[in-house]
Ligand binder design. Sequence first.
Ligand code: CA
Length: 226
Amino acid sequence: MMPKILIIEDEPAIVELVTLYLQKNGFEVIAAYDGLEGLMMVKREQPELVILDLMLPELDGWEVCKRLRQDSDIPIIMLTARGDDVDKIVGLELGADDYVTKPFNPRELVARVKAVLRRNRTGAMQNGVVHLAELTLDPARREVRVRGERISLRTKEFDLLHTLAKQPGMVFSREQLLDQVWGYDYVGGTRTVDVHIAQLRQKLKHSGVHIETVWGVGYKLCVDDD
Ligand code: CA
C-alpha cells in the first residue's frame, strides 16, 4: 500500500529531486509538467496528495488549486517562492493544506507530506459513532462501551479498533494497520500490531464482536454469529 503522490512542477530538476526523496520514503510518485496535465492526472490517477508549484505553464498553480477545490478535498501542498502571499494560499481563498517555500530542503517537504496525510486520515476518522452488537465506539469522545459499560483502551488500541470497526468484515494487512494507526514514519515492526490485537481481544470479551486472524493476510473485525 504505497500512497501515490502527484507532483505538478515544470522544472525537471525539482521533480527529480522530490521524486527521489519521496520514493526513498515509500511513496509512489507521478509527475505532471504543466497545470492542465496536472488536472488530468488527478482525475486519471487518483493520487492521495498533490504537490503543486505556483508558477506553471498552461494553467498556473492558483488556477489548478481552485479547480481541484471545486469538487475535491484532496490534500494539496503548494510550492511557493519567497514573497508569495502564503496566507491566501493556505487560507480560505485557495484552500491548500500546507506550503513550502523554494528553495526547500526535500526532507522538509517529505515531513510535510507525511504530516498532511496523517492529519487528513485523523479527520476522516471523526465521523459517527459505531454500533456493532454490544459494542459502541464514539470517536469524538474517544469512548468505547461494551453493553453500556465503559472500557478503557490505550490510544493506539482505540485507533486500531476504530479502524477495524469502521469496516467490519474487511481484511486489513498488518502493514495497512501500521500505516493507518501508527503512521508511515513509524519505525517499529508489524509485531506491534499483533501485540495490540491480543490486548484488544481481551478487552472485547462479551462485546459480541471479535477480531479474526486471516492467515497470511492480516485481521478483520467480525460480529459473532449468535
Ligand atoms: Ca515552476
